[in-house]
Design a protein around this ligand. Sequence first.
Ligand SMILES: [Zn+2]
Length: 319
Amino acid sequence: MVSMACVCASSARLRGMRAVQLKHPREAVEVVDLELPHPRSGEVRVRIEACALGQLDWNLLTLDAPPRVPLIAGHEAVGVVEGTGQRVLLTPLAASCGSCAACASGDARRCVEVRWRGMHEDGLLATHVCVSERALIPIDAAFSPELAVIGGTAWTAVGAVRSLALSRPSRIAVIGIGGVGHLVAQVARAHGHEVFAHDVNPERLKNFAAIKGEGFDAAIVCTPSIQALQHAVRISRHVFLCGTSPAGRVDLSLADVVWRGVTLQGGLLGTRAQLDEAVQLISSGAVRPQVEMLSLDDVPARLWELRDLGFSGRLVVRM
Ligand SMILES: [Zn+2]
């Protein structure tokens, strides 16, 4: 009897897999053919349907000493478990201890032993991956490319808006309407907030009121720009740095902290409950990610666009 797993594997390639791999620090990634991985105890093999490209993938290319090479890139995807056919989300969280205070509170991203996909462990820009059964996030939705952005980008957007802990509809400034920012703005609206936006590219601001003046209840910065962060501190005393990691340091006036009560928060991803909310928001159509599809072979060239922040949605690779 021919199992579904055999059919799935043979449709990709007979006994191997394809992946986008970084072979040496600071070099271009390559599309490579590899042996099909075999699950170890407690693991399953997932046939990846789609994987989104993001700033983390670009950052990997800029590191002088990545945690390991060769390394398969990619950190947020949707796929199907071989053998069971269960559709699952795969997130940047490859492993956590399961027992520390952060894990116990449902916040594994703060685990003392957290390991990230596409950084410490091989990532998801591949036709197949073996993952711990504990790391699987089952979903019932029919396949759509938008599902690929839930496990990283949309989760981060929900985590940012929820972290503001605003108890009433508020005026929120979103600075940077790129891959993360366009979802942050939609999640904030879905929460009943009034959203104002700024971006260096006016094309991205068509659906938003412009940021004018000061006194916003919160400012969410979704670009790795120091100037954007400094602007945010001027227009709001509640600033959240979302999912991006600007190199360098920012001058924060201690007088602002004491006299104006400025607080600076930051975060990537969110709690497990916030991931469930991201699934619900996208499955219901309340938040609509803007995605552009590409193939695995397009990745080495298109990854460079992320350096220039040239696309306001998410690039999604269909395997
Ligand atoms: Zn832990």
